[in-house]
Write a protein that binds this ligand. Structure first.
Ligand code: NAG
Ligand code: NAG
Ligand code: NAG
Ligand code: NAG
Length: 440
């Protein structure tokens, strides 16, 4: 009995030991498999990370979407192509990591754009970023952009809203310049408050310039011909580019805008008529004059611009928000603190003809090649939703009584909406750079 028990106990012991060995083997195998898969995961993550960095910059914000920086950089093969990512189809999302800078830390902003310093009490308007529907924007990297602009010129040409955007970019870029106060300076020592003409800022450590040329109509405004009838005080020569355009020609990046000055009030209404082929056209409407100027602009690109060298970006119309036309003529927007996401609102008739400045019909006689070479920074629809972003009453310093001034519902507070345009400009800039490297 006893011996039998012992034998069976030994048998059981052996069985248990065998079983234990098997378990041990299994555990070792499982551990090995786990380690291998972890290593694989880690490697693929590293690769992804490297890919993102090599592709230009890290993706900012929401990573849950399937499309990343690569899709942004590749872009549409042709405009409207279904397999690319339309940067302008998207939505505003609140993001507390914004704004990208504070106006009090940036020396390059006109007093008028410094809303917070001028007493604007709310702040939410500085904390929205643009989120494209099918991809993520690259996070703005000032150092990388300056590096890519080394020995190059980035030129803005257009009206005061273009100047608004230019000042925004100066602030965004200067966050990466050296702490030295004099490392970013106007080459002719002109103060930023000077409104006419042009301003050229140099980033010394990168030998690059970021320039602004005032040209609200893009075409030439001049004295009327001697035989012009009396209501004609000045003319816009629709077939001649602004004289300063000679200075934009050799830019490496040229960001152009127009629109706000193509109103009745700022043309015919103030005695400024249209001239074409040396003849003043008293009957010509503002709309057709605008179309003709767009054609002149495209012809100019064809003739004067080497688009292998110069990236031409056309920034579309930036809507104003006031019941009565242009903000300066007495609209109201100072109580607006949140965006209005209803798209129907944005389809205001007063600027619908600015939405498609380059339609086929309009441009039928202009060479198509220029059109293909232009990057459209199509901010109109997204900007229409931002009635909260204007200067309203806060375009004058804190020492003067804002209530005595008219509201400004066409320019934008900085930091604010133009920063988002510049993040999109940055994406277009990286996209072009990427394409040039993939197939030079
Ligand atoms: C600085 O950039 C300009 C072009 O904008 C170039 O002509 C010049 O050679 C550059 N200077 C240096 C020192 O690289
Ligand atoms: C246009 O620019 C490219 C790139 O800088 C240059 O190689 C080419 O020679 C230029 N073409 C003309 C006609 O100047
Ligand atoms: C800009 O976007 C709007 C809305 O998506 C579109 O209707 C318009 O055609 C676009 N304009 C250009 C020039 O691409
Ligand atoms: C295009 O050119 C034709 C003939 O050259 C002319 O009749 C027509 O008016 C032009 N159209 C526009 C929009 O300029």
């Amino acid at each position: 009995m006893h011996a039998e028990t012992t034998t069976s106990k030994i048998c059981v012991d052996v069985a248990v030991k065998k079983w234990m060995k098997t378990v041990e083997k299994l555990v070792v195998l499982a551990c090995a498999a786990f380690a291998a898969s972890s290593l694989f995961l880690l490697c693929s993550l590293c690769f992804r990370f490297w890919e993102a960095v090599a592709g230009g910059a890290l993706v900012g914000g929401d990573r849950s979407q399937g499309w990343g920086v690569q899709e942004v950089l590749k872009g549409e093969e042709d405009r409207g192509g279904a397999d690319g990512c339309d940067l302008f189809d998207g939505k505003w999302v609140q993001d507390e990591s914004y704004p990208l800078y504070e106006s009090k830390n940036c020396a390059f902003i006109d007093e008028g754009f410094r809303c917070a310093e001028n007493g604007r009490p709310d702040r939410l308007y500085t904390q929205w970023r643009w989120q494209p529907a099918r991809c993520n924007l690259p996070r703005f990297d000032a150092k990388l952009m300056l590096e890519k602009l080394r020995n190059r010129r980035l030129v803005f040409a257009g009206d005061s809203i273009g100047r608004n955007q230019w000042e925004s970019l100066l602030c965004m870029l200067s966050s990466a310049a050296s702490a030295n106060d004099d490392s970013v300076y106007e080459v002719n020592g002109k103060p930023i408050t000077k409104h006419k003409g042009f301003l050229i800022f140099r980033f010394r450590d990168y030998n690059c310039t970021v320039e602004y040329y005032r040209a609200p109509h893009l075409v030439l405004r001049s004295r009327p011909p001697p035989d012009a009838p009396s209501p004609v005080k000045s003319v816009l020569r629709l077939d001649v580019m602004d004289r300063k355009s000679a200075g934009w020609r050799d830019a490496d990046v040229l960001v152009v805008n127009t629109g706000h000055w193509w109103s009745h009030e700022k043309t015919i209404g103030s005695g400024c008529y249209f001239e074409e082929g040396g003849k003043v056209e008293l009957q010509m409407s503002v709309e057709s004059a605008y179309e003709r100027s767009m054609k002149t602009f495209l012809d100019w690109i064809d003739k004067e611009i080497n688009t292998s060298r110069t990236q031409v970006v056309f920034r579309t119309y930036s809507p104003a928000h006031s019941s009565k036309g242009d903000g300066k003529s007495g609209g109201k927007c100072h109580s607006e603190t949140v965006p209005d996401f209803r798209s129907s609102y944005s389809l205001s008739k007063s600027w619908s003809h600015f939405l498609n400045p380059f339609t086929e019909q309009r441009m039928q006689n202009s060479t198509r090649s220029a059109l293909k070479e232009i990057d459209v920074l199509n901010v109109t629809e997204m900007t229409a939703q931002r009635k909260d972003g204007h200067q309203s009453l806060y375009h004058v310093g804190p020492l003067s009584d804002a209530r005595l001034h008219k509201e400004d519902c066409s320019h934008w507070c900085l930091p604010g909406v133009p920063d988002a345009w510049n993040e999109l400009l940055y994406a277009l800039f990286l996209r072009r750079d990427f394409k040039a490297r993939v197939r030079p």
